[in-house]
Design a protein around this ligand. Structure first.
Ligand SMILES: Nc1nc2c(ncn2[C@@H]2O[C@H](COP(=O)(O)OP(=O)(O)OP(=O)(O)O)[C@@H](O)[C@H]2O)c(=O)[nH]1
Ligand SMILES: [Mg+2]
Ligand SMILES: [Zn+2]
Length: 302
């Protein structure tokens, strides 16, 4: 049997996968046909075994178990997710943020919120930003405020990303690729302008790519991913699962009903915490919107 080597898939495109064997060596690989039976797909982050062909390319022979997995963007075995949004251009959208937080937690980690383009925050909007910061910190999230154009904030960001694989995920145009170029100190990945008229990104990054943050593995890795505009809950996501992904709700246990959805049920501790302003009312109202979306969708399927 030919010798096998372990490696990590760093990107996949057009049926070929780039597999990193070491910091210095990346091998272009094709998967063995029989893998199609066991795995519907191979994703960036997958730990694989490869064999080498005579032309220097490789064959993916097997795929290891996945520790964490995200569907949008498609990436696995990450240690950290940064949900990136821009203060403006495109304008931040808290309903989309809440949706992304739920989906990231479902993927297996507690996400970190990262507001980019903070250089575009005018002084008169600072109270608005502080209210958001307070809301999410109170909910149990770490929130970073950065600008790809401000080196101090990039240094602070680099500290947060030390070790493991960090994924930057978020809408198109928020500056994920720009942050990566700033972190790496070179034009490693392509960036694209945001349309002034539509105030949206142009889907510049087409597929996820994992890159080393430094010269050694210990410094960690970062994944650039394609942005999105809309994000749906997967079909199998049940409404009952939604409140479990609001860390602040767990601080107010003791609802009368087990599995309380904190909607119209009597003696609901979460609703009481909202009344007492211990839980942010607007975030709670966004929760109700997402819950309703999940519930009406469910009725449709029955
Ligand atoms: N003012 C300002 N502009 C920024 C900042 N970060 C990125 N931009 C600009 O925002 C635009 C989009 O940046 P990208 O890095 O391509 O955004 P992206 O999130 O990678 O977008 P997709 O690849 O489409 O998902 C570019 O014109 C950048 O120059 C920032 O911190 N401040
Ligand atoms: Mg990009
Ligand atoms: Zn309740």
């Amino acid at each position: 049997m030919t010798e096998r080597y372990s490696g990590t898939v760093i990107s996949g495109f057009g049926g070929f996968y780039q597999v990193r064997r070491s910091m210095e060596q990346v091998v272009e690989c094709k998967p063995r046909g029989r893998l199609k039976k066991t795995h519907d797909k191979i994703y960036p982050g997958d730990e694989v075994e490869i064999s080498l062909l005579e032309d220097g390319r490789g064959m993916i022979e097997s795929i290891g178990p996945r520790r964490t997995a995200l569907r949008r963007p498609n990436i696995v075995n990450f240690d950290r997710i940064l949900i990136v949004l821009a203060w403006t251009l495109p304008d931040y959208d808290l309903l989309l943020l809440d949706r992304m937080l739920v989906l990231a937690r479902q993927g297996g980690v507690q996400p970190i919120i990262c507001f980019n383009k903070m250089d575009l925050l005018p002084p008169e909007q600072e109270p608005e930003f502080r209210a958001i910061q307070e809301c999410y910190q109170q909910a149990g999230y770490q929130l970073l405020a950065v600008s790809a154009q401000q080196p101090e904030s990039i240094r602070a960001l680099r500290q947060e990303l030390r070790g493991g694989l960090s994924v930057l995920a978020g809408p198109s145009g928020v500056g994920k690729s720009s942050l990566i170029n700033a972190l790496l100190g070179r034009e490693q990945v392509e960036i694209g302008a945001v349309s002034d008229r539509l105030r949206r990104g142009k889907h510049t990054t087409r597929y996820a790519t994992i890159m080393p943050l430094g010269k050694t593995e210990e410094e960690g890795f970062i994944a650039d991913t394609p942005g999105f505009f809309i994000l749906d809950f997967p079909d199998e996501f049940q409404p009952e699962a939604l409140p479990l992904h609001y860390p602040e709700f767990a601080l107010y246990p003791g609802c009368r009903f087990d599995g309380c959805l904190h909607r119209r049920e009597p003696d609901c501790m979460v609703k009481q915490a909202v009344e007492e302003e211990k839980i942010d009312r607007q975030r709670y109202e966004r929760y109700l919107r997402l819950l309703e979306e999940l519930q009406t969708r469910e009725v449709k399927y029955r």
